[in-house]
Design a protein around this ligand. Structure first.
Ligand code: BDR
Ligand code: CA
Length: 361
């Protein structure tokens, strides 16, 4: 489960924390952490989306990261709604300095599948944020990715947390970015069954052809999939803790979390999985997950398995050699891993990281 079901949630009073209130409850500037000059540059490619919104707020409140751009991809909501949402989020955080660019309008080779059912009609848990103060960047999202990767060679970490359409378009326009980006930390895929279908995770299912391009690009790629995301359940106990502090971002996040926890509970889960925030968490601190190198291919043709990330756990395939009217296995051929697949997560440490960084903001 965990693309969460729609419930009508009472309108949440946002921005009740005035600036004065926020200042009073905010413990003050963070003392630890890298200075901005040392922060890792990331581009978040996103389909905001409830958990996307939480991921963006986590990134914006993490001194280890410098968000160089946010590019918007259709997925949870349409491209148009996603752009509005991204602009509302950077406005909420007072970060109009971050370029926010629209991108693709639809997946590469299939119809767009939107998920208002799980994210609310506005994609943000039906929590209404004020009209954005920040303006959209005029550049096309995939072009902006290419431009920034060239401007900061070997420095940009791409953090895609939606369908991979924009990243695939960027690669198709300029394959050299595969050698110039520092790495990719993506939310998507699964090696233990799907949430969109029995086999496929939603982001990969949303654009399997794009995902295939991204997995095969030959760059360092960390997959933060359902295998670990499903273990990061943000529960009512975590929410009670977050509600002890106040501030515009804090209160917005609490409203979103209330909505998605209610959906999770409706489907028998004790909390809501923090899929996209975990990908940002891994960009901040990769010791949050344990990874294993694997060869991952995306199924694009299977009748029941389209969108499945098919992972080779041993990185070998049997070599079948013709013998008369049959084939005989005569050894193993190695296949080269193309991804670090997250297989374990320090969930409570991550949830504490999330809560402490949003608290009072
Ligand atoms: C992914 O699908 C979307 O609904 C979420 O935002 C997340 O990126 C989880 O499968
Ligand atoms: Ca997402």
């Amino acid at each position: 489960m965990n693309r969460l079901a729609l419930v009508i949630f009472p309108a949440i009073c946002l921005l009740t924390g005035s600036a004065a209130h926020a200042a009073a409850s905010n413990p003050g500037p963070r003392s630890a952490g890298p200075r901005p000059a040392e922060a890792r540059k990331i581009i978040i490619d996103t389909d905001p989306g409830t958990d996307d919104a939480l991921a963006i707020l986590l990134a914006l409140n993490s001194p280890e990261l410098q968000v160089a751009a946010i590019t918007v991809v259709p997925g949870n909501v349409t491209a148009e709604q996603g752009l509005k949402n991204a602009l509302r989020l950077v406005s909420l955080a007072g970060r109009c300095d971050i370029p926010v660019a629209g991108g693709a309008q639809h997946p590469l080779a299939q119809k767009l599948i939107t998920a208002e059912l799980w994210h609310g009609m506005n994609g943000l848990a039906d929590v209404e944020l004020p009209a954005p103060k920040c303006q959209a960047d005029a550049r096309f999202g995939p072009d902006l990715i290419v431009e920034l990767v060239h401007k900061y060679p070997h420095q940009i970490t791409l953090v895609p947390v939606g369908p991979l359409t924009n990243v695939a378009l960027a690669l198709s326009k300029d394959p050299s970015i595969a050698g110039l980006a520092k790495e990719v930390v993506m939310m998507g895929g699964s090696i233990s069954g799907g949430n969109a279908t029995a086999a496929a995770e939603a982001n990969v299912y949303g654009d399997p052809e794009a995902a295939s391009i991204v997995f095969n690009a030959g760059w360092p790629l960390t997959m933060v999939g359902l295998d670990v995301g499903d273990r990061t359940l943000f529960t009512r106990a975590h929410l009670d803790k977050l509600r002890q502090t106040r501030g515009p971002e804090n209160d917005f996040a609490a409203g979103v979390l209330d909505f998605i926890i209610a959906l999770a509970e409706k489907y028998g889960w004790p909390g809501t999985p923090m899929y996209d925030p975990l990908a940002v968490g891994v960009a901040i601190d990769r010791t949050l997950v344990t990874t294993e190198p694997m060869r991952v291919d995306v199924e694009t043709r299977g009748e029941l398995t389209r969108g499945e990330t098919v992972a080779n756990r041993h990185n070998t395939v049997e070599r079948n050699v013709p013998h008369g009217d049959r084939l005989r296995i005569e050894g193993l051929d190695e296949v080269k891993p193309n991804a670090r697949v997250s297989v374990a997560v320090q969930a409570e440490r991550f949830l504490e990281m999330f809560t402490s960084r949003i608290a009072g903001k």
